[in-house]
Design a binder for this molecule. Sequence first.
Ligand SMILES: Cc1ncc(C[n+]2csc(CCOP(=O)(O)OP(=O)(O)O)c2C)c(N)n1
Ligand SMILES: [Mg+2]
Length: 338
Amino acid sequence: MATRKAAKKPNASKDDLLQYYEDMLLIRRFEEKAGQLYGMGLIGGFCHLYIGQEAVVVGLEAAAKEGDSRVTSYRDHGHMLACGMDPNGVMAELTGREGGYSRGKGGSMHMFSEEKKFYGGHGIVAAQVPIGAGLAFANKYRGEDTVSFAYFGDGAANQGQVYETYNMAALWDLPVIFVIENNQYAMGTSVQRSTHSPSYWERGAAFGIAGEEVDGMDVLAVKEAGEKAVAHCRAGKGPYILEVKTYRYRGHSMSDPAKYRTREEVQKMREERDPIEAVKSILLTGSHATEDELKDIDKKIKAVVNESAKFAQESPEPALEELWTDIYADELPQEASA
Ligand SMILES: Cc1ncc(C[n+]2csc(CCOP(=O)(O)OP(=O)(O)O)c2C)c(N)n1
Ligand SMILES: [Mg+2]
């Protein structure tokens, strides 16, 4: 894989490549640290790591512009970091502390940022898909040329509400990009065992929605496909489906016995298809960076991640009174009925 990538002419500048390398590495190191803190008992509940899938969200964020919105499932830490949310706030939320994005009351699966237009973090499989269409509806209603990215998995792609959403999104030409992160497993169930028609993007044809399959281990391919999808949506042509073929190296969550696949299968993906190694290879073979420069980036990222872990452990637990806050909205948009 690395050789094939090196031979391909990259459709990105040196600065872009370095940025993608750094962004993917931040997610990788952050997730490794989250895994450690979980093992130490500092993170409770469920925790779904994104290791292996980094190129998907980094490639698509590279195609996004300010004002675009995004929504995803419970495997969400990478999405938050990629859209610019603060690692300290994300890690503190994982440890259930006051300094977290949901003041320690949401945890891994329930974080939001109005500023970055990140709308969660959803534990119910596929529930975020209609929300993604709703965000696109809002963008269109306000007359903005912004788009919404609705990320979901291969397992979620078999859920009924996805198709209700496709129908409405196509009917109303909503600027939503449905991103199917096909990591080949839904918990312990492989794609082969869960569907007779594993080409998920092609299902859009039934609704008149265009789409394509993308190599999700290649950040440049993801960015290119993302740009095409974004241009389609911004031109008012309605929704678009990107089925991004990817792979998660870790278990479904931290409590996965991993009996449904072999160690060799995981090892092969790590060795031959790793998205971070692929960019590293382009940077090195193209003489865009030296080993030492890349090591410095790694050092810088590790410092950011260590700082987030420190912040997360030093931030206090939420006060008891917090139990009664953030339940009902304080302000409601009343303009329409006023
Ligand atoms: C409606 C609903 N059904 C079942 C579950 C349990 N569940 C949690 S994650 C998951 C698998 C989803 O897999 P996929 O959509 O491929 O996403 P991935 O975990 O691979 O990112 C299931 C069945 C749930 N959370 N919600
Ligand atoms: Mg999956």
